[in-house]
Ligand binder design. Structure first.
Ligand code: ATP
Length: 238
């Protein structure tokens, strides 16, 4: 059994009086891709935001390798190696591709290490290599998503929290991004993937959880979930 990297224990988060998470528990083990599925407003983004302390938990716990990191300052969480790639690919539109990537490692003093990480990101995303000097804002949606993931990789994360990387992209581009997420995982990064595109996510993930109005209603191996009738009906469009 591999080590649990990230563990949510009865985690609750609210916006004002409204509970977006009503006490959820889930584990992500070393080397896994775990996907969190659910429809609009289920609480998927809030889960990632609570892990990275962008919104405060009101009860329960977030543990990283067994250590309680609930509501730790966001920069400490980044420092520990938990990197959140938010929905909507917030890249720097006025900076070029290379500068955007460098922003992911601006605190790093070691230039050789920065170069090694840059080479790795550019090898994973050859399109970005070709467009190194192009402004971020001029990239296509898919390329901006790649850049957002590439920038996260520049921090050499232990865990990547990916919020809907497929959002708004054509199916062929989605497949390309999913293939790269798989490669990143095979190179040793643990991934928690939030997706509305359940089909693509379950193809890629080892395990999954289904969230409905702030509660986990189902969990299991991805191949089991992808054959489950209620999931097929609700999320796989049959
Ligand atoms: P989506 O795919 O649409 O992003 P989601 O599953 O990620 O959905 P969340 O964004 O986590 O869902 O939202 C969960 C609930 O919390 C929703 O009811 C949403 O309206 C509410 N919510 C989210 N952000 C805020 C906020 N900043 N203030 C108030 N309510 C919020």
């Amino acid at each position: 059994m591999s080590k649990v990297v990230l563990s949510l224990k009865n985690l609750a988060t609210r916006y004002g009086q409204i509970y977006a998470l009503k006490g959820i528990s889930l584990d992500v083990c070393e080397g896994e891709i775990v996907t969190l599925l659910g429809s609009n407003g289920a609480g998927k983004s809030t889960t990632l935001k609570t892990i990275s302390s962008l919104v405060p938990a009101c009860s329960g716990k977030v543990e990283f390798y067994g250590k309680d990191i609930t509501n730790a300052p966001p920069h400490d969480i980044v420092e520990m190696g938990i990197i959140h790639v938010p929905e909507g690919r917030r890249i720097f539109k006025e900076l070029n591709v290379q500068e955007n990537l460098e922003m992911g490692s601006f605190t790093l003093k070691d230039d050789a290490e920065r170069k090694r990480r840059m080479d790795r990101a550019l090898d994973l995303f050859p399109v970005l290599k070709e467009r190194r000097k192009q402004m971020g804002g001029l990239l296509s949606g898919g390329e901006q998503q790649m850049l957002a993931i590439g920038r996260a990789l520049m921090t050499n994360p232990k865990v990547l929290l990916l919020d809907e990387p497929s959002m708004g992209l054509a199916p062929i581009i989605v497949q390309g991004i999913m293939d790269i997420i798989k490669q990143i995982n095979e190179q040793g990064t643990t991934i928690l993937l939030v997706e509305q595109n359940a089909k693509a996510a379950l193809k890629l993930a080892h395990r999954g959880y289904v969230l409905e109005t702030g509660e986990i209603v189902m969990e299991g191996n991805a191949d089991v979930l992808s054959k489950d009738d209620s999931i097929v009906k609700a999320y796989l469009g049959h």
